[in-house]
Design a protein around this ligand. Structure first.
Ligand code: UGA
Length: 434
């Protein structure tokens, strides 16, 4: 390895903490900065507040080797750095009452601007400031302006990691994208990723920023396509698993991100697709295709609700919801399809008893949390699977039949043992099979 770089990472969410811990693992000297003092104190003793495979181990390794430190003071964190990574949240803008309005597609850049301003006060001349936060096209300029430093270069380096596999996605990326007007600075950033041997695309900032939205919009489109083909399969009596296997073997389509489900969610796809529709509209292009992708996703939540409504009267039903996280492998419930579906069931009068192995709290809802899957099923008339946790694949069907008050399963992830359920007298519905 070349001489270790001095790297500061501002923001310790999924992206920032993964970036910091992975760079320390690669031998660099890293300081992570966060304005949340409690979080900094917890991280400084190796207490990682998010559920992410392999991340706690890397944080511990970084602390033990002395290559990773956490501070709450931006000045202290960035003053010696050769590279400063901005990894702060860029949530949907809120309205006057403080409610997030993601459907407007506006992005709240206040955290980014304020971090850039603070970095501008302390960063040393010649450093490269790398923006990893997902930001509308033109934000590299906004960062440069907020910093107000002509002796510091801003580079856009979008992150493509997925929650649940963040560490391996960071260390072994499919590609690295660097947008910069200063090619020398871009090459310095590229060098930090040399070991991954990933294809590296060096381009201008606007193209790098657009590519991030384009990637998420394409994947969301693929998933809405999959879910709508599943609806067609149900209507015509075809088997979606076989249809998608045929598609997945076509190298032009690829077999990843091709699993039907209750609809897609998370902290990125919904926000980023809405933002791209908005950015396009502001630039004079009506992105009707992507609007359709979003509408199909909302429809998918309703299709799951309708499957439940087909077997019980929602106004008086008790529903066992298995899963709350937006996907397996994470405790993140932001824009989770589970919550969207639960809200619709609750609004129709149902009682929702939920269990998720990684989620112990959900705020602002009437969902009742159960200690395990069987407790969630106690007295329920429908078992509804919304997150694809492994442990739901091997539930004891006889035990479920013993505790439920009616034998109905809606498996929105197609993961349960349909034959075993049918053998025990369950009515079984899934996605994409008539
Ligand atoms: C997504 C992208 O996959 C990352 O490349 C990107 O970096 C990230 O957003 C981001 O912008 O930060 P993530 O939100 O962690 O990553 O989750 P995914 O694994 O892509 O899943 C998104 C949603 O699609 C989930 O609700 C998941 O259950 C659903 N999904 C995914 C399916 O229903 N079927 C699939 O085959 C794959």
């Amino acid at each position: 390895m070349d001489a270790p770089a001095k790297i500061a990472v501002v923001g310790t969410g999924y992206v920032g903490l993964t970036t910091g811990a992975c760079f320390a693992h690669l031998g660099h000297q890293v300081v992570c900065v966060d304005i949340d003092i409690d979080k900094v104190q917890r991280l400084s003793v190796g207490d990682v507040p998010i559920f992410e495979a392999g991340l706690a181990e890397l944080v511990e390794e970084g602390l033990n080797t002395g290559r990773l430190a956490f501070v709450a003071n931006t000045g202290v964190g960035v003053r010696d750095a050769d590279f400063v990574y901005l990894c702060v949240p860029t949530p949907p803008s809120t309205d006057r009452e403080g409610n997030a309005d993601s459907s407007a597609g506006l992005v709240d850049l206040r955290a980014l601007e304020s971090a850039a301003r603070e970095v501008g006060l302390h960063v040393r001349a010649g450093a490269v400031v790398v923006n990893k936060s997902t930001v509308p096209v033109g934000s590299a300029r906004l960062v440069a302006k907020a910093m107000g430093r002509s002796d510091v270069t801003v580079v856009s380096n979008p992150e493509f990691l997925r929650e649940g596999s963040a560490v391996s996605d960071f260390l072994f990326p499919d590609r690295v994208v660097i947008g910069a007007t200063d090619r020398g600075a871009a090459q310095r950033v590229a060098k930090l990723h040399q070991r991954s041997a990933a294809p590296t695309i060096i381009t201008d900032p606007a193209t790098a920023e657009t590519s991030k939205y384009a990637a998420n919009a394409f994947l969301a489109t693929k998933l809405s396509f999959v879910n709508t083909i599943a609806a067609v399969c149900e209507a015509v009596g075809a088997n979606v698993a076989d249809v998608l296997s045929v598609l997945g073997h076509d190298k032009r389509i690829g077999s990843e991100c091709l699993t039907p489900g209750p609809g897609w969610g998370g902290s990125c796809f919904p926000k980023d697709t809405q933002a791209l529709v908005r950015m396009a509209a502001d630039a004079g292009y009506d992105y009707s295709l992507l609007r359709g992708v979003l509408a199909a996703n909302d429809e998918q939540f309703n299709r799951v609700v309708n499957k439940v409504a087909a077997v019980v009267d929602l106004a008086r039903a008790t529903i066992a919801m298995l899963g709350l996280a937006f996907k397996a492998g994470t405790d993140d419930t932001r824009n989770s399809p589970a919550l969207a579906i639960a809200e619709r069931l609750l609004a129709a009068g149902a009682r929702v008893q939920a269990y998720d192995p990684a989620v112990t709290r959900v705020e602002g809802t009437n969902i009742a949390l159960a200690r395990d899957a069987y407790a969630a099923c106690e007295g329920a008339e429908v078992l509804l699977v919304v997150t694809e946790w492994d442990e739901f694949k091997t539930l004891d069907v006889a035990q479920l039949a013993g505790v439920m008050s009616a034998l109905n399963v809606v498996d929105a992830r197609n993961i349960m043992d349909a034959e075993a359920l049918l053998r025990h007298g369950f009515d079984y519905q899934c996605i994409g099979r008539g």
